[in-house]
Design a protein around this ligand. Sequence first.
Ligand code: DAT
Ligand code: MG
Length: 151
Amino acid sequence: MEKTLILIKPDAVQRELVGTVISRFERKGFTIAGLKMIHMDGNLAKEHYSHLVEKSFYPGLEEFMTHQPIVAMVIEGKDAVEVVRKMVGKTNAREADPGTIRGDYSLSVSKNTIHASDSKETAEKEVKRFFKPEEIFSYKKSSYYYSEDEL
Ligand code: DAT
Ligand code: MG
């Protein structure tokens, strides 16, 4: 089943939204395949945000992401990458639709609560970037999440 990477950002950890954010994915029916608190360092930030290192806001982004702990998660489910991105909402949380995680819990472009992989290719790389194989768990849940023809 498809996997995607979630980071619960420092603003959400500081605002005690970790449980709330995890709960959104659990309630939807996704499986938590990996979960841990980490401290992102500068090298990891530069790798993770390599598409943004040249931007003027990058130093502030790195500072924000590396100075407080974050929670990293691997979420698993059918079409997980696309469904999770929809649940997360637009980058600028002020433009994110109500009902999305950013739309419900943030007002900021940078302190926008959550990261989620943006494509299947990115998700594969990002899961490997943050989780060792032995930190990812495979287990069965009840059969009420999908019909047979969806599996
Ligand atoms: P997303 O997180 O929606 O995938 P992205 O990959 O373009 O968006 O950017 C990664 C993060 O960088 C984003 O969550 C917050 C920060 N960021 C993006 N654009 C920004 C901007 N114009 N000013 C400040 N921070 C920004
Ligand atoms: Mg992105």
